[in-house]
Design a protein around this ligand. Sequence first.
Ligand code: C5P
Length: 240
Amino acid sequence: MRPHERIFVALDTPDPDRARALARALAGRVGGFKVGLEAFSSCGPALVGDIRSEGLPVFLDLKLHDIPNTVAGAAAAAARLGISFLTVHALGGSEMVRRAVESSAEAAARAGSSAPTVLAVTVLTSHDDPSLEILGIRGPSAAAVLRLAGIARDAGAGGVVCSPLEVARVREAFPAGTLVVPGVRPSGAAADDQARVATPESAVRAGADRIVVGRPITRAADPVAAADAIAAEIARGCPS
Ligand code: C5P
């Protein structure tokens, strides 16, 4: 994989025109776009088609979490859009993750497209140990992350979304998984509201397959130059 292909740009905007303009400008300079709840709820599935028509893969970050049958239906519908990655919550349990993997693969095959990689979200980085304990999840959050990553791996998930601080341990638990890492900031950039950040170079050195970068690219005066600079940093961490 070439360095720039490791970058997924988080399109956190409710404005479809802005999302399309960014996709057009960055086509060929990044690996794809992450469409999350805000952009998907505002712009709808048409946005996925628009990004794909620029030749870019789409990471649909819907963090599905419901009963297995409902998640299976949503994952199949998402797969029919031709996406490359889809997120589900590992906390939904192994049966839910397994059904998401199976139904998305079946739907993609029927549509003649490749199956999306189903990525499990373990513990949201907005949680800390005390807030997890209130929910009945005891022990350090890192232990919960590894336990949930193992459940997702055994249920057939293709990988995990994890923070830069967890990626090395998750890699040990899930050697063949695709590890996707947000909270990445180029050297010298503002952290914004991200509490735990890593540079592109250190994230890939720690085992990240893909990194998710939003504001350092989308709010840059020159998003293409910002993406190129991040690709250069990735190349230092992972030349191939
Ligand atoms: O703008 P920024 O680079 O901080 O965007 C990061 C993206 O990754 C956002 O879409 C955010 O929701 C997402 N994300 C994250 N931390 C997580 C999971 C997802 O920042 N633990």
